[in-house]
Design a protein around this ligand. Sequence first.
Ligand code: TXA
Ligand code: MG
Length: 336
Amino acid sequence: MTAMPRNIVAPTVENLTRAGELIREGRLVAFPTETVYGLGADATNDRAVAEIFAAKERPRFNPLIVHCPDREAAAGVVVWDDRAERLADRFWPGPLTLVLPRRPDCPISLLVSAGLDTVAVRVPAHALALALLAAAERPIAAPSANRAGEVSPTTARHVHESLGERPAMILDGGPCRIGIESTVLDLSRPDAALLRPGGVPHEEVEAVIGPLAKTGSGVEARGEGPRSPGQLTSHYAPRLPLRLNVRAPRPGEALLAFGRPTPSGVTMGTGMNLSPSGDVTEAAANLFAMLRALDRPPHTGIAVMPIPETGLGEAINDRLRRAAGPRRLADGAATR
Ligand code: TXA
Ligand code: MG
């Protein structure tokens, strides 16, 4: 264990008070949520929001999620509707992000929306995130606290590995409970659409508001443009090549296993198991930390066993497919 970096702090009352001041001063504070760590800034401050994009080296066309202390605060910045009300009843606080039209009097920085006329809002289910929102006394824009294109952080140390001293403070809340990002739902049009599978399985959303439109096909085919700009960029990419649905790793590959038993004749070696009992929820919580741990020499690649598409398996497989696919930039150029 190396020494604790200076900007990682315990979530004491004093540090939370200081974190709130830092947000009001326009500085960056990384904080835990139930999904992944966020890189937070005052969502109403253009300069502070610009700092997020700079620190992450995030493309300016990729909008940010606004974290709110409660439903009333969220409904105050967007055009709220009945679907949002029912979803908030069922899932907030929790890992569901709702994309809704900006209100005419919306105080949120236009940079947060990255040129769109919508804002993504969520109420996180984490005591420290809610304490920070209370201390800051304003909504907090926060993407995952990693450099653009990297795997999302699920511990304070992961944040420091990605962003170093760029956050003025990293509130250490231990590992994130869910471990995979929130589900992003577009409610800005009559047909609700799933933009990103995440912590709430899409079936649970459909049980509340009915069938969801599929994105990536219908919407773009209708010439309306992508509904979630973030989905165009490569995400969640480890440095080593990743192979999916693998039964037996090749020499040099680290095995990322799921379930029991590991294939006959295969020793785990330096590999890891997402969930020996075959539980997709446990696997989601372990996914990013294990990808980070295996993404280094002497391994030459990471071989991932099949993971069922049920429950959080949908979000896990979405992230793994992105991690295994070719990198796609804004202009479509492949970088590997
Ligand atoms: O669990 C999470 O959602 C974490 C924690 C920190 O809350 N945050 C997170 O943020 O994953 P980020 O920036 O890494 O991902 C946000 C996603 C991106 O795919 C972005 O394109 C999409 O949400 N998004 C944000 N605002 C949007 C908008 N107005 N319209 C469409 N998509 C939007
Ligand atoms: Mg992210």
